[in-house]
Ligand binder design. Structure first.
Ligand code: HEC
Length: 117
């Protein structure tokens, strides 16, 4: 039996839901243009409406405003940055890159700028 080439084997093993880091940190990140796509790649599988995989239902990250008593991403900005920074979220980042260094820096800049929509 032929063995698969090493490079192919490596790419096949990158089999979790995390994606590569974003290329650069935007100057003035907004939720709609920059942050939501990042959250979509790393968070929304659990933190949408309805929440999935045991995620809490008091907040959702797929929309910016609070809706029907459910806190939106705008008012979760500081908390979500915190959880990403301490590598609590996304779950299991001990063995992966999480949102990546540029992704984390972008979230930090977004919060520093007041988490604009
Ligand atoms: C695989 C599902 C899953 C993914 C992906 C995920 N989360 Fe979570 N998240 C959870 C669960 C489950 C909890 C509740 C855990 C707990 O309370 O300890 C939670 C809780 C949270 C909380 C509230 C916890 C607190 O400290 O009050 C925040 C904020 C959060 N997640 C942000 C994020 C962000 C930002 C991402 C993406 C970078 C993300 N999560 C990705 C499942 C997920």
């Amino acid at each position: 039996m032929r063995s698969i080439p090493a490079a192919l084997a490596v790419s096949l093993c990158a089999c979790n839901y995390s994606v590569m880091d974003i290329a650069s940190v935007p100057d003035n990140p907004t939720y709609a243009h920059d942050v939501r796509p990042l959250l979509s790649d790393h968070c929304l599988v659990c933190h949408s409406s309805p929440p999935d995989r045991g995620a809490p239902s008091y907040f959702r990250l797929d929309v910016y405003p609070d809706t029907n008593g459910v806190t939106g991403a705008g008012n979760m900005a500081v908390t979500l940055l915190h959880d990403v920074t301490i590598k609590k979220m996304p779950p299991g980042v001990g063995s992966t890159e999480g949102v990546g260094p540029n992704g984390a820096a972008m979230l930090q800049k977004w919060v520093d700028n007041g988490a604009p929509e």
